[in-house]
Design a protein around this ligand. Structure first.
Ligand code: FES
Ligand SMILES: [Fe+2]
Length: 342
């Protein structure tokens, strides 16, 4: 057990449940941040996201250093996030830029707002939740590969985020939970699962059925946790090969989380245009319906203290083991002096 710095001693399992610090998390689609600041909660922290005059997005703790008003209730003025209460303006580095009500005020230049290192990738804002310098993060290659065309979809779900992550490393639920769906209503309902280690995680797959349904998931930790999976598409869904999904899950607080799914196809030219048109006009709604099937199960699940796990749950146990190990390493690092403390 170790102290996490907020006064609470936590076990590794509790830390996994809360969200492991010192790693990157998806926050929200970048185009949701327009001219005004946006307030969200992620990893139990209230955050403000805002765009400066150069269109760069900044992620900061959503609290004015003067009297604590939420910066996200203010505006962006002269390219700076501006508190709604007394007009204090904050720089991207978290220092006070101006106190318009009292020019020359001594708090100008003082540091007052925590800034989270952030990056936009795949059209989404990601931020580093840790102390000191951000660790490197690698993203799935599809985000930078022009051969892949994608749509991002995100939703807020109730329940702990681990339930959503575990749902994704459990391909066998596809033939049951999604038996009545457009893309997943195929394949045998009996199988055996196998896990293969990769450099950054593992692939869990069905041993008997390949390329028929949701038959495998790749889980990876590359500075952030994410998953990749392919779904065969019926012919009526237009041109192109497999329908790929990349998924990220971010804790909001102990009882809610934000799921992110990139829906991708490796497709070019007029076929890409056709697929994108079909996606917007018909397919997107169907995919939301499939996601709803997951949501209602995940949101209502109450995990028993002693789950009766069986062979198909090797993905679930594996992801728990890997994350618990990372949480333990983090807790151990708190016992050691931190070089890059604030
Ligand atoms: S609380 Fe923000 S300016 Fe006073
Ligand atoms: Fe599902």
């Amino acid at each position: 057990m170790a102290n996490t710095g907020n006064g609470a001693a936590m076990t590794a399992d509790e830390l996994v449940a809360a969200g492991i610090p010192d790693q990157w998390y998806a926050l929200l689609p970048a185009d949701w941040v327009k001219d005004e600041p946006v307030g969200i909660t992620r990893m139990g922290k209230r955050l403000v996201l805002w765009r400066d005059a150069d269109d760069r997005i900044h992620v900061q703790y959503d609290r004015c250093p003067h009297r604590g008003a939420r910066l996200s209730q203010g505006h962006v003025l002269d390219g700076l996030v501006t508190c709604p209460y007394h007009g204090l303006q904050i720089n991207p580095d978290g220092t006070v830029a101006k106190v318009p009500a009292y020019p020359g005020c001594k708090v100008e230049g003082m540091h007052g707002v925590r800034t989270f290192p952030s990056v936009v990738k795949g059209g989404c804002v990601f931020a580093w939740f840790g102390e000191g310098e951000a660790a490197p993060v690698e993203f799935p290659f599809e985000f930078d590969d022009p051969e892949w065309s994608s749509f991002i979809c995100t939703a807020t779900w109730k329940g702990n985020y681990m339930l959503a992550l575990e749902n994704l490393v459990d391909p066998m639920h596809g033939t049951y939970a999604h038996a009545k769906s457009y893309t997943l209503a195929y394949g045998a309902q009996t199988d055996e699962m196998e896990v293969e280690k990769t450099d950054h995680g593992f692939v869990i797959s069905r041993t008997l059925q390949k390329g028929v349904n949701f038959d495998w998931t790749e889980y990876a930790y590359t500075g952030a946790d994410w998953v990749r999976l392919d779904l065969p598409y019926p012919k009526g869904a237009g041109p192109g090969g497999m329908f790929r999904i990349l998924g990220y899950v971010t804790p909001i607080d102990a009882n809610s989380h934000q799921v992110f799914f990139w829906r991708l196809r490796k497709i070019d030219g007029w076929q890409r245009d056709l697929w994108r048109f079909m996606y917007k006009s018909r397919l997107e709604e169907r995919h939301w319906n499939v996601l709803e099937q997951d949501r209602v199960i995940v949101e209502e699940a109450e995990v028993p203290e002693s789950e009766l796990l069986y062979q198909h749950d090797i993905g679930v146990t594996q992801v728990r083991r890997l994350m618990a190990r990372r949480a333990k390493d983090y807790l151990k690092s708190l016992d050691a002096p931190r070089v890059a403390a604030e």
